[in-house]
Design a protein around this ligand. Structure first.
Ligand code: TRP
Length: 332
């Protein structure tokens, strides 16, 4: 070998490249890949049908498909819509040795994200993660927060409103002003609806207590009501339906569980499936990927769902187009 120094330099360069690739790879991995038992803490914001379904989807998927034979231990807490409970439970879950924490609905994910900068936080069914200041970079999350975002298909919802109730001119939106998730839906819905010539009136409530009184004002002022994915309204949905039934005002909603509870229609996303998709994000972390390597998943499509009892009570016959394409719920 004549050119020893050259060979040595080449060998050194090889080693350096190899080492830096190795370091880069280990940066992308967390330490969960080595653990046989993974502890997952779940914070559910409040009890309502949709969030219950999401929670069930998460647990089912985590139990159904074990990642590399690992055992999963789940701790579930429910803040029952109480802001101070969100804070204490977020602290308990993040200080309690959980490897990953999951926040179902925006205020729960915000509570967890405020409580830890290290433990990975997986957001579940979050309408607007950027607007809610949970994450800036959806493709490559910059901190310890990733997860699942779902957007209500608002354009299709407006088409449904036009198709089922062509007489509607004024639409009222019922929501809670303190939910970041609703604020962005109200803004986007209003913009789209106005473009189509509707008059839109937002009605914000501070809490579930004001839902019945606000409904009685709204039903005298608007031709139809739109309910976004709002946790406060979802928690008081039976009073929305009883008021709209007696006033014979159609309620369009944003979720399958609300149509099953009596709203006329929605472009729905299965809440259970949103839970399953959330759990898949958790499983990507369990498999060893770091948060920055798990992009926020966005679900933005849905299927038309119509409640035929509600349609009948309003004297609406379901157009042919929906007879074929929509899922129809309700008793015969
Ligand atoms: N998207 C809501 C949020 O960001 C949570 C949510 C999911 C929800 N599904 C729902 C709220 C159904 C009301 C109804 O907080």
């Amino acid at each position: 070998m004549k050119n020893k120094p050259l060979m040595a330099t080449i060998a050194l360069i090889f080693c350096l490249v190899f080492f830096s690739l190795f370091m880069e790879k280990s940066k992308q991995q967390n330490n969960l890949a080595q653990k046989p038992v993974i502890k997952v803490g779940i914070l559910q914001l409040v009890t309502h049908e949709a969030l219950d379904q999401i929670e069930k989807g998460i647990e089912d998927q985590l139990k159904k498909e074990s990642v590399s034979g690992k055992r999963i231990e789940i701790t579930l807490m429910n803040a029952e819509g109480d802001q101070s409970k969100i804070q204490t439970m977020s602290r308990q879950l993040t200080a309690g040795g959980n490897d990953i924490v999951v926040g179902i609905a925006t205020p729960a994910a915000q509570g967890l994200a405020a409580a830890t900068k290290d433990t990975p936080v997986v957001m579940s069914a979050i309408t607007d993660p950027v607007g809610a200041k949970l994450v800036k970079n959806l493709e490559q999350p910059e901190a310890n927060v990733t997860g699942l975002s779902n957007h209500v298909p608002l354009k299709q919802t407006l088409t449904m409103i036009k198709d089922l109730t062509p007489y509607v001119k004024k639409i009222g939106i019922l929501y809670a002003s303190n939910e970041d998730n609703s604020v962005s839906q109200v803004r986007d819905f209003t913009k789209l609806a106005k473009k189509q010539g509707y008059q839109v009136i937002p009605y914000a409530v501070p809490s579930t207590n004001e839902v019945p009184s606000t409904m009685s004002i709204m039903t005298g002022k608007v031709d139809a009501i739109f309910v976004p994915q709002d946790n406060t309204i979802a928690s008081a949905f039976s009073s929305v339906i009883s008021a709209s039934n007696s006033a014979k005002i159609p309620v369009y909603s944003s979720v399958d569980t609300m149509v099953e509870q009596g709203s006329l229609g929605s472009i729905s996303q299965s809440q259970y499936d949103l839970g399953v998709e959330t759990a898949k994000q958790v499983q990507a972390l369990i498999a060893g990927r770091s948060v920055s390597q798990v992009p926020v998943k966005i679900v933005d499509t849905g299927k038309p769902l119509i409640n035929k009892e509600a349609a009948k009570a309003l004297g609406i016959s379901i157009p042919e187009k929906y007879q074929r394409s929509a899922t129809i719920v309700g008793k015969k």
